[in-house]
Design a binder for this molecule. Structure first.
Ligand code: AMP
Ligand code: ZN
Length: 473
């Protein structure tokens, strides 16, 4: 079988991937906190996890991909301070916490589908797994890792000698400078397993537990659900780099102390951040977010964004700009045009030539080398430009590469799936406005301009639809 290499955050080394069970792989991805729209930075984490899954599928692994939905317990501060993000969000929207979670879970999957992110085999909500989380806290209590203070049940990190090892946390340094947040917390790094409901307010989401009415801490959901669906030890865990020092550190502590087995996860894969400019961490809670909807409103297809992401290695930070998105859109459009003309000439073939086989090997080596999607995309361009292979061979290779890249080139339709440039969409919007204002002269002028640029217009009840003129590919 094709060899695969990953940079493993746990060991800080690039290592050959060896599955727990031959031919099978279990992957757990930390899912979205559904109190607001996922921003395009969040979606980078899921395009990355999707590329990982697709890579395994391409080379014939039996994949089980599990992703949670955080619909309770993620507090405003990672230090177990502040309100539950769901409770904050609901106040802004006039929905209850359940309605809020439903709204943003739906929106998340709509955006994911537009980005061609395959739905994980198991999608599990924290609120559907309260029993499992309580059971895990009980196990930790029986093994003497917990203590109870005014606001909840806490994990005593000083009892786990390996605490913070993956993140290389300087525990002593942290303790020295400690400002212990929750009253009664024994160590700065201790975290809540179960939080008690505030005495004076009624939460939408709360449950009975052996310790009192309340709700689970954020970290316990991932430990409880990953072990339920993938076992107490499994192959791969993904997330963004922000999760290394707190969330994943705490997952490891709880899981290894509850099961008595280590390592909890063999390979930890973390994707870098996408930022808006130099030091801006995109933040859902600040409200300054770009979403897949906002990209579409500006005339950029979600696939152009997927393309942009794949041109960078997942471990490189991306500084997002509309210039780079525009570039990605243009390149994808060119690629689509080439592929459509190759498809027209392609016939079924029995075998690939040596040159075509070499392209396939290059692609596989790139994608299996710590998921080097940028190099894999470059190989796709090399195939298209290669004068020594036939269109039939090219099309075979394109179909194969696309299983990993996820653009669905095979089902792409002329005039439908090819991006309409933002300038044209702007003209269409201006014409729609002119029509609404019954400014027929201006609307005709804009119509002629759009047609002159090679597009066709069809007026519908929802405004005009635009497409490339037949044959103008
Ligand atoms: P959240 O919904 O905040 O729990 O985050 C969902 C996922 O997005 C997590 O894996 C985060 O690590 C990841 N993430 C958050 N912000 C960014 C960003 N700006 N770029 C890339 N990944 C991010
Ligand atoms: Zn998680």
């Amino acid at each position: 079988m094709q060899k695969i290499y990953f940079y493993n955050t746990r060991t800080r080394k690039k290592e050959e991937f060896r599955p727990i069970e031959q031919g099978k792989v279990g992957i757990y991805s930390c899912g979205p906190t559904v109190y607001a729209y996922a921003h395009i930075g969040n979606m980078r984490a899921y395009v990355f996890a999707d590329s990982l899954r697709r890579m395994f599928e391409l080379i014939g692994y039996d994949v089980k991909h599990v992703m949670n939905i955080t619909d309770v317990g993620h507090l405003v501060s990672d230090a177990d301070d502040g309100e539950d993000k769901m409770e904050v969000g609901k106040k802004l929207e006039g929905l209850d916490a359940w309605g809020l979670a439903e709204k943003y879970t739906k929106a998340f999957f709509k955006h994911a589908e537009k980005l061609h992110i395959k739905k994980p085999h198991v999608v599990c909500k924290a609120t559907d797994h309260i029993k499992e989380q309580i059971e895990m806290v009980k196990k930790l209590e029986d093994a003497d890792y917990t203590y109870i203070i005014d606001d909840g049940v806490y994990f005593d990190t000083s009892k786990f000698a390996e605490y913070g090892k993956m993140a290389k946390l300087d525990i002593e340094g942290l303790q020295l400078g400690a400002r212990i947040d929750s009253a009664g917390k024994k160590n700065k790094t201790d975290f809540a397993l179960w939080k008690f409901s505030p005495k004076d307010t009624k939460r939408d989401m709360e449950w009975d537990s052996p310790w009192g009415r309340g709700f689970p801490g954020w970290h316990i959901e991932c430990s409880a659900m990953s072990s339920k669906y993938l076992g107490e030890q499994f192959d791969i865990h993904t997330g963004g780099i922000d999760h290394i020092p707190v969330h994943h550190t705490n997952e490891i502590a709880q899981s290894e102390c509850a099961s008595g087995k280590e390592p909890f996860v063999n390979y930890w894969l973390h994707c870098e951040f996408l930022s808006l400019d130099k030091d801006t961490k995109m933040s859902k809670s600040k409200g300054d977010v770009l979403t897949i909807d906002s990209l579409e409103e500006k005339g950029y297809s979600p696939l152009a964004y997927r393309y942009l992401l794949l041109t960078s290695h997942y471990r490189n930070p991306i500084k997002f700009s509309f210039d780079s998105l525009k570039m990605a859109k243009k390149t994808l459009r060119k690629l689509q045009k080439h592929i459509l003309s190759i498809k027209k000439n392609a016939k079924d073939i029995v075998a690939l030539s040596d040159i075509a086989i070499k392209h396939k090997e290059n692609f596989l080596n790139a994608i299996c080398d710590d998921l080097n999607t940028a190099k894999a995309l470059a190989e796709l361009h090399a195939v298209i430009a290669d004068k020594d292979i036939t269109d039939s061979e090219k099309y075979e290779l394109i179909k194969y590469f696309d299983l990993a890249l996820g653009f669905d080139f095979v089902n792409m339709q002329e005039n439908k799936d090819i991006d309409i440039p933002a300038e044209i969409l702007d003209l269409v919007a201006m014409r729609d406005e002119a029509r609404q204002n019954k400014n027929w002269e201006e609307s005709d002028r804009l119509r002629d301009k759009i047609i002159g640029l090679g597009y066709e217009l069809k007026d519908t009840a929802n405004g005009a639809e635009v497409r490339l003129k037949d044959g103008n590919i």
